[in-house]
Design a protein around this ligand. Structure first.
Ligand SMILES: [Zn+2]
Length: 206
């Protein structure tokens, strides 16, 4: 069976992880980077609960912690909304840094630094060795975990191997270590693009 671009977890629709790192897959919680304001663009982070479940699927928070986070979000909806907004700001910043357009790097880096800084300031460090990092309990936890992950990823060699899918209403990012990958997945964007090109050729000949 072909893999679908989205799937459901606890009744919420989430995007499939294809980026190769949670930092890259954060960017892919939005589809349609080529035309972000078009009606066909798709926002997957519809609510704080979506952010929590996405974070758990990405391995950023534990599955066991999901229910407690969702309850915390319901107890403090203003904090949950703010956390969601900040996660989307982080997402835009990481997209700006990793996408080929790569614009406004200073502003984007400032956002990553601010959010990752807040995360580490509130975290507990435990010495093993190695050191382990426990992010603060509470509504912000998924944001803290993903902000820290983004900072770490941006410091790896893979950050310079990220490419963007040229598919219409896509723009998803992925790590392309072999330098040969063009599409997020051939069966999602590659085949659609080929079908559209084929239809155009038929029209011209028509
Ligand atoms: Zn695509």
């Amino acid at each position: 069976m072909a893999l679908s671009v989205r799937y459901e977890r606890d009744g919420l629709v989430l995007p499939r992880a294809i980026g190769g790192d949670a930092a890259v897959d954060l960017v892919n919680t939005f589809a349609g980077w080529d035309r972000p304001s078009a009606a066909s663009a798709r926002e997957y982070l519809q609510s704080y609960d979506h952010l929590v479940l996405w974070s758990a699927s990405a391995g950023l928070v534990t599955d066991a912690g999901v229910d407690a986070l969702r309850r915390a979000g319901r107890r403090d909806p203003a904090a949950a909304d703010k956390t969601l907004d900040r996660a989307k700001q982080l997402r835009s910043a990481v997209h700006d840094l990793l996408s080929p357009e790569g614009r406004a790097a200073a502003t984007a880096l400032g956002t990553v630094q601010e959010l990752a800084g807040e995360a580490i300031a509130a975290a507990s460090l435990r010495w093993g060795p190695p050191v382990t990092l426990e992010f603060a309990e509470g509504v912000r936890r998924p944001l803290d975990a993903v902000a820290w992950r983004c900072l770490l990823f941006l410091g790896t060699a893979d950050a310079s191997r990220v490419r963007a899918c040229p598919g219409q209403d896509c723009g998803w990012l992925f790590i392309d270590r072999a330098g040969r990958r063009r599409w997020c997945r051939m069966e999602w964007c590659g085949n659609r693009s080929k079908a559209r090109a084929h239809a155009r050729r038929r029209q011209v000949r028509g």
